[in-house]
Design a protein around this ligand. Structure first.
Ligand SMILES: Cc1cc2nc3c(=O)[nH]c(=O)nc-3n(C[C@H](O)[C@H](O)[C@H](O)COP(=O)(O)O)c2cc1C
Length: 202
């Protein structure tokens, strides 16, 4: 069995583009890779809490000296990291919110990103990711079309996701984009995304 972890992050539970397309990706992948075991993490239905003072203190305190709340925050982080480590394939559905990603997804990434656990510093401003051998597919959607300048300069969704995943070692990342969902051409962009999904996952 090969585990595929499907992460949904759109808070829109009624007709979300990224939910629909990433579901289609996972169904197509599972049909063409029958050994796949799918696990879903729905960050809108089951959100990861934002870091608060307890979590920060917990992360910055060594084992054995943490408060119960600090230990609980580290335990949650550990559970989420191990869920990623157990998977071979990650499929992430991500709408653009205010030029970046929904807070639900950012909070999950924050819990995965722990110095000494999922990455280590190797020199001045240098780091090494410690989660290896993963393949990630990110299905993005946004209201505008950010595929070319000048709009691409305001795309803090794809570059940030690439940098965040890269920091912890997930460097093999393919982005599938449904651009322009608030534009007239939205159906054409969906069609293009579907063709890409069929090509990659089929
Ligand atoms: C709160 C909110 C913020 C958004 N911010 C942006 C944005 O900054 N740029 C953009 O092009 N679209 C923006 N959109 C549009 C969504 O990215 C777009 O509708 C996307 O297809 C939603 O994906 P979903 O249907 O999977 O939730 C925003 C939508 C919402 C609800």
């Amino acid at each position: 069995m090969s585990k595929l972890l499907h992460i949904q992050s759109s808070p829109n539970l009624d007709g979300s583009i990224t939910r629909t397309l990433s579901d289609e990706f996972v169904a197509t992948w599972a049909a063409s890779h029958p050994e796949t075991e799918v696990e879903t993490l729905d960050l809108a239905r089951d959100p990861v809490p934002h870091w608060g003072p307890d979590a920060i203190r917990g992360f910055m305190t060594v084992e054995g000296q943490r408060t119960p709340a600090g230990q609980a925050a580290v335990d949650l982080s550990e559970k989420l990291i191990q869920q990623v480590e157990a998977a071979k394939i990650l499929v992430i559905g991500c709408p653009m919110y205010n030029m970046s990603m929904p807070t639900q997804l950012k909070s999950w990434i924050d819990h995965l990103t722990r110095a000494g656990r999922t990455f280590k510093f190797t020199g001045q401003g240098q780091y090494k990711g410690l989660i290896w051998n993963k393949k990630a597919f990110v299905i993005l959607s946004r209201g505008g079309d950010y595929s070319a300048p000048p709009a691409s300069a305001a795309d803090f969704q794809e570059p940030l996701l690439r940098a965040n995943l890269g920091l912890i070692g997930i460097t093999d990342v393919t982005f599938i984009r449904a651009e322009g969902q608030r534009l007239q051409e939205a159906p054409t962009y969906i069609e293009k995304a579907r063709e890409t999904i069929a090509w990659i996952a089929g």
